[in-house]
Design a protein around this ligand. Structure first.
Ligand SMILES: [Zn+2]
Ligand SMILES: [Zn+2]
Length: 366
Protein backbone atom coordinates (compact mmCIF):
# COMPACT_ATOMS: atom_id res chain seq x y z
CA UNK A 1 0.00 0.00 0.00
CA UNK A 2 1.32 3.44 -0.89
CA UNK A 3 1.54 6.01 1.87
CA UNK A 4 -0.39 8.66 -0.07
CA UNK A 5 -3.42 6.30 -0.08
CA UNK A 6 -3.63 6.36 3.71
CA UNK A 7 -6.51 8.50 4.89
CA UNK A 8 -6.64 9.93 8.38
CA UNK A 9 -9.29 7.35 9.35
CA UNK A 10 -7.10 4.47 8.19
CA UNK A 11 -4.08 5.77 10.11
CA UNK A 12 -6.15 5.96 13.28
CA UNK A 13 -7.46 2.42 12.69
CA UNK A 14 -3.92 1.01 12.26
CA UNK A 15 -2.68 2.88 15.32
CA UNK A 16 -5.56 1.47 17.38
CA UNK A 17 -4.75 -2.09 16.16
CA UNK A 18 -1.08 -1.59 16.97
CA UNK A 19 -1.79 -0.42 20.54
CA UNK A 20 -4.30 -3.22 21.16
CA UNK A 21 -1.64 -5.75 20.06
CA UNK A 22 0.89 -4.07 22.34
CA UNK A 23 -1.49 -4.29 25.30
CA UNK A 24 -2.16 -7.98 24.61
CA UNK A 25 1.56 -8.82 24.41
CA UNK A 26 2.24 -6.84 27.61
CA UNK A 27 -0.54 -8.67 29.48
CA UNK A 28 0.87 -11.99 28.28
CA UNK A 29 4.45 -11.10 29.32
CA UNK A 30 3.30 -9.88 32.76
CA UNK A 31 1.25 -13.05 33.20
CA UNK A 32 4.26 -15.26 32.37
CA UNK A 33 6.64 -13.27 34.64
CA UNK A 34 4.17 -13.11 37.52
CA UNK A 35 3.25 -16.79 37.51
CA UNK A 36 6.08 -18.69 35.80
CA UNK A 37 5.41 -21.85 37.82
CA UNK A 38 1.76 -22.12 36.82
CA UNK A 39 2.62 -21.48 33.18
CA UNK A 40 5.45 -24.02 33.25
CA UNK A 41 3.22 -26.57 34.99
CA UNK A 42 0.60 -26.14 32.31
CA UNK A 43 3.17 -26.54 29.54
CA UNK A 44 4.62 -29.68 31.15
CA UNK A 45 1.14 -31.12 31.68
CA UNK A 46 0.32 -30.61 28.01
CA UNK A 47 3.65 -32.10 26.92
CA UNK A 48 3.22 -35.21 29.06
CA UNK A 49 -0.40 -35.60 28.03
CA UNK A 50 0.74 -35.70 24.42
CA UNK A 51 2.98 -38.64 25.30
CA UNK A 52 0.39 -40.59 27.27
CA UNK A 53 -3.11 -39.84 26.09
CA UNK A 54 -4.18 -41.64 22.96
CA UNK A 55 -7.07 -40.18 20.98
CA UNK A 56 -10.24 -42.24 20.68
CA UNK A 57 -11.16 -43.67 17.29
CA UNK A 58 -13.86 -41.74 15.45
CA UNK A 59 -17.03 -43.79 15.94
CA UNK A 60 -17.90 -46.41 13.31
CA UNK A 61 -15.07 -45.57 10.95
CA UNK A 62 -12.95 -48.40 9.57
CA UNK A 63 -9.46 -46.88 9.69
CA UNK A 64 -6.71 -48.37 7.53
CA UNK A 65 -3.26 -47.28 8.69
CA UNK A 66 -0.09 -48.13 6.84
CA UNK A 67 2.63 -48.66 9.46
CA UNK A 68 5.08 -50.28 7.05
CA UNK A 69 5.14 -50.00 3.27
CA UNK A 70 8.72 -50.95 2.39
CA UNK A 71 10.62 -54.09 1.48
CA UNK A 72 14.09 -55.46 2.32
CA UNK A 73 15.32 -53.59 -0.77
CA UNK A 74 13.85 -50.29 0.44
CA UNK A 75 15.02 -50.18 4.04
CA UNK A 76 14.43 -46.42 4.28
CA UNK A 77 10.80 -47.37 4.96
CA UNK A 78 9.44 -49.64 7.68
CA UNK A 79 8.60 -53.07 6.30
CA UNK A 80 5.12 -54.40 5.76
CA UNK A 81 2.37 -53.75 8.28
CA UNK A 82 -1.20 -52.56 7.85
CA UNK A 83 -3.47 -51.81 10.79
CA UNK A 84 -7.24 -51.90 10.75
CA UNK A 85 -8.67 -49.88 13.64
CA UNK A 86 -12.36 -49.67 14.40
CA UNK A 87 -14.05 -48.35 17.55
CA UNK A 88 -10.83 -48.67 19.56
CA UNK A 89 -10.04 -52.21 18.46
CA UNK A 90 -6.77 -52.77 16.60
CA UNK A 91 -6.00 -55.58 14.18
CA UNK A 92 -2.49 -55.82 12.75
CA UNK A 93 -1.83 -57.43 9.37
CA UNK A 94 1.85 -58.35 9.16
CA UNK A 95 4.41 -56.71 11.37
CA UNK A 96 7.63 -56.07 9.44
CA UNK A 97 10.82 -54.57 10.92
CA UNK A 98 10.38 -51.03 12.33
CA UNK A 99 6.61 -51.04 11.80
CA UNK A 100 5.99 -51.32 15.54
CA UNK A 101 7.78 -48.01 16.06
CA UNK A 102 5.25 -46.35 13.74
CA UNK A 103 2.43 -47.94 15.72
CA UNK A 104 3.64 -46.79 19.14
CA UNK A 105 4.54 -43.33 17.82
CA UNK A 106 1.04 -42.90 16.37
CA UNK A 107 -0.91 -41.14 19.12
CA UNK A 108 -4.18 -42.32 17.63
CA UNK A 109 -3.35 -46.01 18.19
CA UNK A 110 -3.29 -47.52 21.68
CA UNK A 111 -1.08 -50.66 21.61
CA UNK A 112 -3.06 -52.14 24.54
CA UNK A 113 -6.05 -52.41 22.20
CA UNK A 114 -4.34 -54.82 19.78
CA UNK A 115 -6.82 -57.68 19.46
CA UNK A 116 -5.04 -59.93 16.98
CA UNK A 117 -2.20 -60.17 14.49
CA UNK A 118 -2.61 -61.81 11.07
CA UNK A 119 0.47 -63.02 9.23
CA UNK A 120 0.41 -63.32 5.42
CA UNK A 121 3.58 -65.44 5.32
CA UNK A 122 6.74 -65.79 7.34
CA UNK A 123 9.23 -63.83 5.25
CA UNK A 124 11.12 -61.61 7.70
CA UNK A 125 9.92 -58.35 6.11
CA UNK A 126 6.42 -59.32 7.29
CA UNK A 127 7.20 -60.66 10.77
CA UNK A 128 10.42 -59.04 12.03
CA UNK A 129 8.75 -56.77 14.60
CA UNK A 130 6.33 -59.33 16.08
CA UNK A 131 8.30 -59.57 19.34
CA UNK A 132 8.29 -55.79 19.78
CA UNK A 133 4.57 -55.48 19.02
CA UNK A 134 3.87 -58.19 21.58
CA UNK A 135 6.02 -56.42 24.16
CA UNK A 136 4.49 -52.96 23.52
CA UNK A 137 0.89 -54.15 23.70
CA UNK A 138 1.55 -56.34 26.80
CA UNK A 139 3.23 -53.58 28.83
CA UNK A 140 0.58 -51.03 27.78
CA UNK A 141 -2.11 -53.30 29.25
CA UNK A 142 -3.34 -55.86 26.70
CA UNK A 143 -5.92 -58.12 28.37
CA UNK A 144 -4.75 -61.58 27.27
CA UNK A 145 -1.96 -63.37 25.37
CA UNK A 146 -1.44 -61.91 21.88
CA UNK A 147 -3.43 -63.96 19.35
CA UNK A 148 -1.44 -64.56 16.16
CA UNK A 149 -3.17 -66.03 13.10
CA UNK A 150 -1.50 -67.67 10.15
CA UNK A 151 -0.69 -70.87 8.32
CA UNK A 152 1.55 -73.73 9.48
CA UNK A 153 4.91 -71.94 9.80
CA UNK A 154 3.39 -69.35 12.16
CA UNK A 155 3.50 -71.96 14.93
CA UNK A 156 7.32 -71.98 14.82
CA UNK A 157 7.35 -68.20 14.57
CA UNK A 158 5.26 -67.78 17.72
CA UNK A 159 7.10 -70.51 19.66
CA UNK A 160 10.44 -68.99 18.64
CA UNK A 161 9.49 -65.45 19.70
CA UNK A 162 8.08 -66.71 23.00
CA UNK A 163 11.39 -68.48 23.64
CA UNK A 164 13.59 -65.61 22.46
CA UNK A 165 11.74 -63.03 24.59
CA UNK A 166 11.68 -65.32 27.66
CA UNK A 167 14.54 -63.53 29.46
CA UNK A 168 13.07 -60.10 28.58
CA UNK A 169 9.70 -61.17 30.04
CA UNK A 170 11.40 -62.42 33.19
CA UNK A 171 13.39 -59.19 33.68
CA UNK A 172 10.38 -56.96 33.16
CA UNK A 173 8.18 -58.95 35.54
CA UNK A 174 10.98 -58.84 38.15
CA UNK A 175 11.10 -55.07 37.73
CA UNK A 176 7.41 -54.12 37.61
CA UNK A 177 5.85 -57.08 39.48
CA UNK A 178 3.49 -59.76 38.17
CA UNK A 179 0.45 -57.81 39.41
CA UNK A 180 1.15 -55.01 36.99
CA UNK A 181 2.39 -57.08 34.05
CA UNK A 182 1.19 -60.65 34.12
CA UNK A 183 3.86 -62.94 32.56
CA UNK A 184 1.16 -65.24 31.12
CA UNK A 185 -0.37 -62.30 29.23
CA UNK A 186 3.08 -61.51 27.82
CA UNK A 187 3.03 -64.69 25.74
CA UNK A 188 1.74 -65.12 22.21
CA UNK A 189 -0.61 -67.86 21.05
CA UNK A 190 -0.65 -69.24 17.51
CA UNK A 191 -3.97 -69.83 15.74
CA UNK A 192 -3.20 -72.00 12.75
CA UNK A 193 -5.46 -72.41 9.71
CA UNK A 194 -5.07 -73.64 6.14
CA UNK A 195 -6.63 -72.61 2.85
CA UNK A 196 -6.64 -76.08 1.27
CA UNK A 197 -10.40 -75.88 0.68
CA UNK A 198 -10.38 -72.28 -0.57
CA UNK A 199 -11.10 -69.00 1.19
CA UNK A 200 -11.69 -69.61 4.89
CA UNK A 201 -13.11 -67.49 7.73
CA UNK A 202 -10.31 -67.26 10.31
CA UNK A 203 -11.56 -64.62 12.77
CA UNK A 204 -14.81 -62.97 13.80
CA UNK A 205 -15.77 -60.65 16.64
CA UNK A 206 -18.36 -57.90 17.09
CA UNK A 207 -16.34 -55.50 14.90
CA UNK A 208 -14.74 -57.40 12.03
CA UNK A 209 -14.59 -60.64 10.07
CA UNK A 210 -11.34 -61.83 8.55
CA UNK A 211 -11.02 -64.51 5.91
CA UNK A 212 -7.86 -65.82 4.28
CA UNK A 213 -7.19 -67.09 0.77
CA UNK A 214 -4.24 -68.75 -0.96
CA UNK A 215 -1.82 -66.58 -2.96
CA UNK A 216 1.08 -67.89 -5.10
CA UNK A 217 4.43 -66.91 -3.58
CA UNK A 218 6.41 -70.12 -4.33
CA UNK A 219 8.66 -71.47 -2.95
CA UNK A 220 7.14 -69.89 0.17
CA UNK A 221 4.54 -72.24 1.58
CA UNK A 222 1.26 -71.14 3.12
CA UNK A 223 1.25 -67.56 1.77
CA UNK A 224 -2.18 -65.96 2.07
CA UNK A 225 -4.05 -62.75 1.41
CA UNK A 226 -6.76 -61.43 3.76
CA UNK A 227 -10.26 -60.07 3.27
CA UNK A 228 -11.38 -57.89 6.19
CA UNK A 229 -15.03 -56.94 6.49
CA UNK A 230 -16.58 -54.36 8.83
CA UNK A 231 -20.34 -54.40 8.20
CA UNK A 232 -20.75 -52.88 4.71
CA UNK A 233 -17.05 -51.99 4.14
CA UNK A 234 -14.29 -54.35 3.08
CA UNK A 235 -10.57 -54.29 2.48
CA UNK A 236 -8.39 -56.92 0.82
CA UNK A 237 -4.68 -57.23 1.55
CA UNK A 238 -2.82 -59.25 -1.09
CA UNK A 239 0.24 -60.12 0.99
CA UNK A 240 3.17 -61.10 -1.24
CA UNK A 241 2.00 -62.81 -4.38
CA UNK A 242 2.93 -63.49 -7.97
CA UNK A 243 0.46 -62.24 -10.58
CA UNK A 244 -2.80 -64.19 -10.46
CA UNK A 245 -4.93 -65.07 -13.49
CA UNK A 246 -8.19 -63.82 -12.09
CA UNK A 247 -8.87 -60.90 -9.74
CA UNK A 248 -12.64 -61.31 -9.56
CA UNK A 249 -12.15 -62.32 -5.89
CA UNK A 250 -11.72 -58.59 -5.25
CA UNK A 251 -15.08 -57.58 -6.77
CA UNK A 252 -17.11 -55.47 -4.38
CA UNK A 253 -14.20 -54.52 -2.10
CA UNK A 254 -13.64 -50.88 -1.14
CA UNK A 255 -9.85 -51.23 -1.15
CA UNK A 256 -7.49 -53.74 -2.72
CA UNK A 257 -4.12 -53.27 -1.04
CA UNK A 258 -1.62 -54.88 -3.37
CA UNK A 259 2.10 -55.43 -3.74
CA UNK A 260 3.92 -54.81 -7.02
CA UNK A 261 7.17 -55.20 -8.91
CA UNK A 262 8.24 -53.62 -12.17
CA UNK A 263 9.83 -56.55 -14.01
CA UNK A 264 11.45 -54.41 -16.69
CA UNK A 265 13.13 -52.08 -14.20
CA UNK A 266 14.15 -54.98 -12.01
CA UNK A 267 15.63 -56.90 -14.95
CA UNK A 268 17.52 -53.78 -16.01
CA UNK A 269 19.02 -53.53 -12.51
CA UNK A 270 20.03 -57.21 -12.68
CA UNK A 271 21.80 -56.68 -16.01
CA UNK A 272 23.62 -53.57 -14.73
CA UNK A 273 24.64 -55.51 -11.58
CA UNK A 274 26.03 -58.20 -13.90
CA UNK A 275 27.97 -55.63 -15.92
CA UNK A 276 29.60 -54.10 -12.83
CA UNK A 277 30.45 -57.53 -11.43
CA UNK A 278 27.85 -57.57 -8.61
CA UNK A 279 26.87 -61.14 -9.48
CA UNK A 280 25.23 -61.93 -6.18
CA UNK A 281 22.88 -58.92 -6.48
CA UNK A 282 22.26 -59.86 -10.11
CA UNK A 283 20.97 -63.26 -9.01
CA UNK A 284 18.82 -61.81 -6.25
CA UNK A 285 17.17 -59.28 -8.59
CA UNK A 286 16.61 -62.02 -11.17
CA UNK A 287 15.04 -64.34 -8.60
CA UNK A 288 12.60 -61.86 -7.03
CA UNK A 289 10.91 -61.25 -10.37
CA UNK A 290 9.43 -64.73 -10.12
CA UNK A 291 7.30 -64.42 -7.00
CA UNK A 292 5.96 -60.86 -7.06
CA UNK A 293 3.27 -59.21 -9.17
CA UNK A 294 4.47 -57.61 -12.39
CA UNK A 295 2.69 -54.27 -12.63
CA UNK A 296 2.69 -53.21 -16.28
CA UNK A 297 2.23 -55.63 -19.19
CA UNK A 298 5.08 -55.72 -21.71
CA UNK A 299 6.27 -57.96 -24.59
CA UNK A 300 3.75 -60.71 -23.88
CA UNK A 301 4.44 -60.56 -20.14
CA UNK A 302 1.12 -59.90 -18.38
CA UNK A 303 0.77 -57.35 -15.59
CA UNK A 304 -1.67 -56.24 -12.91
CA UNK A 305 -2.67 -53.32 -15.14
CA UNK A 306 -4.58 -55.47 -17.65
CA UNK A 307 -5.85 -57.81 -14.89
CA UNK A 308 -7.66 -54.85 -13.29
CA UNK A 309 -9.80 -54.43 -16.41
CA UNK A 310 -13.44 -54.98 -15.41
CA UNK A 311 -12.65 -55.52 -11.72
CA UNK A 312 -15.13 -53.80 -9.42
CA UNK A 313 -12.86 -52.34 -6.72
CA UNK A 314 -13.25 -48.75 -5.56
CA UNK A 315 -9.56 -48.14 -4.97
CA UNK A 316 -6.31 -49.99 -5.65
CA UNK A 317 -3.71 -49.17 -2.99
CA UNK A 318 -0.12 -50.01 -3.91
CA UNK A 319 2.49 -50.93 -1.29
CA UNK A 320 5.60 -53.19 -1.16
CA UNK A 321 6.91 -51.70 -4.42
CA UNK A 322 10.03 -53.37 -5.88
CA UNK A 323 12.57 -52.01 -6.60
CA UNK A 324 12.26 -49.01 -4.29
CA UNK A 325 9.58 -46.46 -5.15
CA UNK A 326 12.23 -43.73 -4.60
CA UNK A 327 13.99 -44.74 -7.81
CA UNK A 328 13.23 -42.33 -10.65
CA UNK A 329 12.55 -45.14 -13.14
CA UNK A 330 10.06 -46.68 -10.71
CA UNK A 331 8.44 -43.29 -10.11
CA UNK A 332 7.89 -42.94 -13.86
CA UNK A 333 6.43 -46.45 -14.08
CA UNK A 334 4.13 -45.80 -11.12
CA UNK A 335 2.88 -42.64 -12.82
CA UNK A 336 2.26 -44.61 -16.00
CA UNK A 337 0.41 -47.32 -14.07
CA UNK A 338 -1.78 -44.77 -12.25
CA UNK A 339 -2.63 -42.88 -15.45
CA UNK A 340 -3.63 -46.07 -17.29
CA UNK A 341 -5.26 -48.00 -14.45
CA UNK A 342 -8.96 -48.72 -14.93
CA UNK A 343 -9.32 -48.53 -11.14
CA UNK A 344 -8.52 -45.41 -9.08
CA UNK A 345 -5.00 -46.08 -7.78
CA UNK A 346 -2.80 -44.59 -5.09
CA UNK A 347 0.64 -45.48 -3.71
CA UNK A 348 0.95 -45.38 0.07
CA UNK A 349 3.83 -44.42 2.35
CA UNK A 350 4.48 -45.11 6.03
CA UNK A 351 1.85 -43.57 8.35
CA UNK A 352 -0.62 -42.87 5.55
CA UNK A 353 -4.20 -43.51 6.54
CA UNK A 354 -7.51 -44.16 4.78
CA UNK A 355 -10.92 -43.86 6.43
CA UNK A 356 -13.98 -45.87 5.43
CA UNK A 357 -16.99 -44.62 7.41
CA UNK A 358 -19.51 -47.43 7.94
CA UNK A 359 -22.86 -47.02 6.19
CA UNK A 360 -21.40 -44.91 3.38
CA UNK A 361 -19.40 -45.24 0.15
CA UNK A 362 -16.91 -42.59 1.20
CA UNK A 363 -13.18 -43.26 0.94
CA UNK A 364 -11.20 -40.57 2.73
CA UNK A 365 -7.46 -40.54 2.04
CA UNK A 366 -5.91 -38.65 4.96
ZN1 LIG B 1 7.63 -59.07 1.32
ZN1 LIG C 1 7.48 -62.56 0.72
Amino acid sequence: MKLEHLTEGKILKYLAMFFMGLVLVTVLVVFVIKSPKQVMDELVRRGVEELLVVEEDPKDVMRVIFNGTGTPLAAQFASQSTVIAINDNIYVFDVGPRSNANLVMNMTLEPAFVKAVFISHTHSDHVGDLGQLNLASWVRGREGPLQVYGTETVQDLVDGYNLAYGPDRMHRVAHHGADLIDPEVGLMEANIFNTDDGEVLVYKDDQIEVSAFYVPHDPVTGAVGYRITCQDRSVIISGDTALMDDYSYANGADLLIHEGIFHQVNTRIARIAERVGKLRMMQIFDHINHYHTNMIDYEGEPGLLSRMEGIDVDMLVLTHIIPTRDNFLVKRKLKEFISKSPVETIVVEDNDEIHLPLGSDEIIVK
